[in-house]
Design a protein around this ligand. Sequence first.
Ligand SMILES: [Zn+2]
Length: 155
Amino acid sequence: MVPCYWETPMRESKMLPADESVSAKSVILPEASGAVQMFWQGAASGKLLVQRCQHCGHIWHPPSDVCGKCQSMNIDWVPASGKGVLYSYTKVQHAVHAAVQSWIPYILCMVELDEGTRILSLFDDAKAPPLIGKTVALRFQKMPEGLQLPIFFHD
Ligand SMILES: [Zn+2]
């Protein structure tokens, strides 16, 4: 008999690790290497950095080692204004990791920056609820380990 997915006992599931070292005090740290590292170094100093191709001028996010328009590897990092419009959002109601349990519910947003690229980030609805198409501003929130998270809001 060939086993199938539905015959797998739940206790053997690999979906959610039963790791007791992960708790609400845990912190999810960003990747500390490659192109992503520069983005988080910028955020730690209060700058929203995006990449710009020196060859064609294309600006993009998330970070990559190659321009998606012309495949040039001559890339600059430039500070974005943090201004833009709310392109989309969703309210997260279920914690997929113990480290974000205390955040529930929280809002993930997609912002179209004035520089022409989009960024996935957090949205703070303390001042105003999210409204697609409305302008946003940016602030950084201090986190453990020197991390600062970019958070958008309606100003
Ligand atoms: Zn390019």
